[in-house]
Design a protein around this ligand. Structure first.
Ligand code: ZN
Length: 733
């Protein structure tokens, strides 16, 4: 800790010349309010405390910033953080100041006077942490300034910006290697949430981090459920509305759109539907953009519709969904954008709807771009990989992780393909019909026209062209239009068909098409089916709001605490989540602590926050002490079980945590199912066949009328536990 003028509220030993992991642990608990380090945090911090360099790859929400903030505080001197975006600096600095730390930033948004003030605080050793933009840092006068002060650690955030192949490339990042020469004795850490193997190497090379220890945390974001659907008969927007209305009726989320105009139209459309929405794109003035960002951070339940210009500066933990109304350009971009959901670790959704037109358009953009031929080839390959992800019938998470070089043995159980596996069929004959229709109509038409020919629809264009006389006219009635569209898209992404580069949307045969037409090769595809909106069957909750399953009474306390948080945030002029996360409020609403000391057990509340906000929180909670805990007809113990279920725990874990046996937990679930707050498939892991078997026996023995599962249990040879049977009975009761 630097010798701050203002005494720190939390006592740790700032003068310790050789800080160790005990110091780090103390800072973690007392200052940040967490009990234990996550992922590689401890090992990374240990490396920096010992004076070594590190490269840390951590998923978004993995707690990257603690990796350098704690060493910066434990070691003497000021910690320097290189950060590419001004909005990000502001948020981080706000969050640190709420903790009572001396943090500031240096960038072009400040007046000269403000900058002078920061420089003088830095010179006087009064800053714990200084955030600084890369272009500013590499200026000689900044380097000379830093020569004069003691530095504890140098952190280079968003280090993938160094990669010239990436979509976030920032040329000035390449000059940061100067830091190695200028400050050889200051430990450096490069951090990123997304980097494939090649980018990793680029970071190490370009930032002169050859001796850095490498920490690659799993890229898995288990709390995010991935869903990718095709737009078919229903427009992407209608699908989006179904998804938002069904899963996120009151949640904050981001909707990525293809164009600036589309962000504006979609926001207006959402407003008409009764949701609060703002749009964001690079064509807006910087003031307008800042306003949109500020609103998104400050307001609960706001949706932002945006182009891919939005997001890098956004560190909002309770974004419950990220939706794409168009294909991103690469899997990296998809992963980074979807990674903005669920940073607080609570369940969140990454949802995408795309159509053939998106693929054709992306290809055209690449073809028309000014890049070198080699660049275009890479971009096309990256797009292919993304389409592959969208098309696949297998676990999406396995594929995503594999793309980042990580092998996941079992399917995840928390993506659309795991939750409701798509059927696949041998589509050779259908593909031949589609391809010959393209051929017979002289490769001059787009999908809609081709589908109409296949379905035998009489329209004037078709008649004028004489295509109602073709042998292929009406041969495809066995499949609906949506199925044909899907097939054309899969044939396109698999390379059998190519779109014209002029942008008319017409399709032509590629060299691959002929062997397939001649029957020398076969084609399998995802069976054409309207995929229903996902429902978790894996024991993981699909309800996405942390507060969704609080009892009504807890819920109103939660809402009251949220109001308080908003007031505190407004007073301190920071976004609400800087005060504390939703998770903390949920825990408070459930545990209802009465004394300050009990707040130490609440996740996310450290000494400083308890001192600042503890009394206010307790005051609000005290109004709820006398009232009955529940008025949703479910007992406190059932709600305690539900809360653990909501946190993603399976039956066994809940039973261990609550020290109740599994059967009891299942009985809790059964009651909750009967009350309609849970579905059987959320908690019991049975396939359709097993469920049919049980339902059959229920019917035979009139279990529903008698309300006793005992006889069914015996008839089924005790194959399923009583608790499981009760859950299923509750579902149909
Ligand atoms: Zn999966």
């Amino acid at each position: 800790m630097s010798s701050s003028a203002t005494a720190p509220i939390v006592e740790f030993s700032p003068t310790d010349p050789n800080p160790d992991m005990d110091d780090a642990q103390r800072i973690l608990e007392k200052l940040f309010g967490y009990k234990a380090f996550r992922l590689d945090q401890a090992a990374i911090i240990e490396t920096l405390l010992a004076g070594g360099d590190a490269l840390a790859l951590m998923p978004t929400g993995g707690g990257k910033s603690l990796c350098y903030q704690i060493p910066a505080l434990a070691r003497s001197g000021t910690g320097i953080v290189v950060s590419p975006l001004i909005a990000l600096m502001q948020d981080q600095v706000d969050a640190l100041r709420v903790l009572g730390l001396d943090a500031n930033f240096l960038n072009s948004s400040q007046s000269l006077d403000e900058q002078r003030e920061v420089v003088s605080a830095l010179r006087n050793g009064m800053l714990d942490l200084l955030y600084i933009a890369p272009e500013r840092l590499v200026q000689e006068r900044t380097l000379a300034l830093l020569d004069q002060v003691e530095l504890s650690v140098i952190a280079i955030d968003e280090a993938h910006c160094v990669s010239q192949w990436g979509h976030d490339f920032r040329p000035e990042y390449r000059q940061l290697s100067i830091l190695a020469k200028r400050f050889p004795n200051v430990p450096r850490i490069a951090l990123t949430a997304t980097a494939d193997t090649r980018t990793r190497q680029e970071i190490l090379d370009e930032l002169s981090l050859g001796k850095a220890r490498k920490f690659v945390a799993s890229f898995d974001r288990p709390n995010i459920c991935y869903t990718i659907t095709e737009t078919g008969s229903m427009s992407a927007r209608e699908r989006l509305w179904r998804f938002i209305e069904g899963d996120h009726a009151t949640d904050s989320g981001i909707v990525y759109c293809l164009s600036r105009r589309s962000t504006e139209e979609t926001a207006a459309w959402l407003k008409k539907k009764g949701r609060q929405a703002v749009f964001y794109h690079a064509g807006m003035s910087s003031n307008e953009r800042r306003d949109a960002q500020t609103r998104f951070l400050a307001e609960d339940g706001l949706i932002v519709t945006a182009t891919n210009a939005f997001g890098m500066g956004i560190d909002k933990p309770d974004v419950r969904f990220v939706a794409h109304l168009t294909l991103p350009k690469t899997i990296e971009a998809y992963y980074q954008e979807t990674g903005r959901a669920g940073r607080d670790g609570s369940p969140a959704n990454a949802w995408m709807a795309y159509g053939l037109q998106d693929i054709v358009q992306q290809r055209q953009w690449i073809a028309k771009s000014d890049g070198a031929e080699s660049f275009k080839i890479i971009q096309n390959k990256k797009l292919d990989a993304l389409i592959g992800l969208a098309e696949m019938a297998q676990c999406r998470r396995q594929a995503l992780l594999l793309y980042f070089g990580e092998e996941m043995r079992e399917p995840c159980g928390n993506c659309d393909n795991c939750i409701s596996p798509p059927e696949t069929i041998d589509a050779t004959r259908l593909a031949q019909m589609a391809l010959s229709t393209v051929f017979r109509t002289e490769q001059r038409f787009g999908v809609s026209y081709l589908v109409n020919v296949l379905l035998g629809k009489v329209d004037t264009r078709i008649t004028q062209n004489g295509h109602d006389k073709l042998s292929v006219f009406g041969i495809g009635r066995e499949l609906e239009a949506i199925g044909w569209r899907s097939l054309f898209r899969q044939l396109t992404s698999a390379g059998y068909l190519v779109g014209d580069l002029e942008g008319y949307g017409t399709l032509a045969l590629s060299g691959l098409a002929r062997p397939l037409l001649r029957g020398e090769t076969t084609f399998t595809m995802r069976a054409p089916a309207e995929r229903v909106s996902k429902k978790s069957r894996s024991g993981k909750p699909s309800k996405s709001t942390a507060s969704a399953m609080l009892s009504t009474e807890d819920r109103s306390l939660f809402d009251a605490l949220k109001d308080l948080r908003r007031e505190l945030a407004a007073k301190t002029k920071v976004p609400p989540f800087v005060i504390c996360h939703d998770k903390t409020l949920v825990e408070l609403a459930r545990k209802r602590p009465e004394k300050l000391i009990e707040l130490n057990d609440i996740t996310g509340l450290g000494a400083v926050k308890i001192k600042k906000y503890g009394r206010a929180l307790l005051e609000v909670i005290s109004h709820f002490h006398d009232k009955p805990q529940l008025d949703n007809n479910l007992s406190a113990t059932i709600n305690a079980t539900l809360a653990l279920h909501l946190e993603g725990n399976d039956v066994e874990t809940i039973s261990q945590k609550r020290e109740l046996d599994v059967e009891t937990i299942l009985e809790h679930f059964a009651e909750a199912i009967e009350a309609g707050v849970l579905q059987a498939e959320d908690v019991v892991d049975l396939d359709g066949e097993q469920i049919d078997e049980i339902h059959g026996v229920f019917e035979e023995l009139a279990v529903l009328e008698k309300g006793d599962v005992g006889p069914a249990y015996r008839v089924l040879n005790e194959k399923y536990s009583l608790g499981v049977l009760k859950c299923l009975l509750a579902e149909i009761a």
